[in-house]
Design a protein around this ligand. Structure first.
Ligand code: DGP
Length: 112
């Protein structure tokens, strides 16, 4: 499958990985929007939130536990934001489910 994030997960495309286990990996975003901007992805290809179902959704809770762990390791004690853009109006540009972990600065609301 011609998916950038599948290739990052497999190591075919290099990335700055900050976490990896059998189900997920996390790496620094190429175009950081905050001092800490990490993408956490399931290794198995899931296109977006819209492709989640009872069979594959367990990985999402695992992603959040990994996010909590990374927030501690990356010094985000003051807080952070997790974002998953979905579909065209959501601003999703890579069609492999991913969660942005953003921190290291104060976040605005609502996002643009
Ligand atoms: P989204 O717009 O929510 O689909 O976010 C996709 C993010 O992926 C965007 O912030 C930039 C990042 N990105 C795209 N291609 C690469 C890549 O090859 N390597 C890394 N590290 N990040 C990438």
């Amino acid at each position: 499958m011609d998916c950038i994030f599948c290739k990052i997960a497999s190591g075919e495309i290099p990335s700055k990985k900050v976490y990896e286990d059998d189900r997920v990996c996390a790496f620094c975003d190429l175009d950081p929007q905050a001092p800490v901007h990490v993408l956490i992805i399931p290794k198995k290809h899931i296109s977006s939130i819209m492709e989640l179902d009872e069979e594959n959704a367990d990985v999402v809770s695992h992603v959040f536990l990994v996010a909590k762990r990374l927030a501690g390791e990356l010094g985000l004690e003051k807080g952070f934001r997790i974002v998953s853009n979905c579909g065209e109006d959501g601003g999703q540009s890579v069609l492999h489910l991913h969660f942005h972990l953003l921190g290291g600065r104060s976040m605005k609301w609502p996002p643009g």
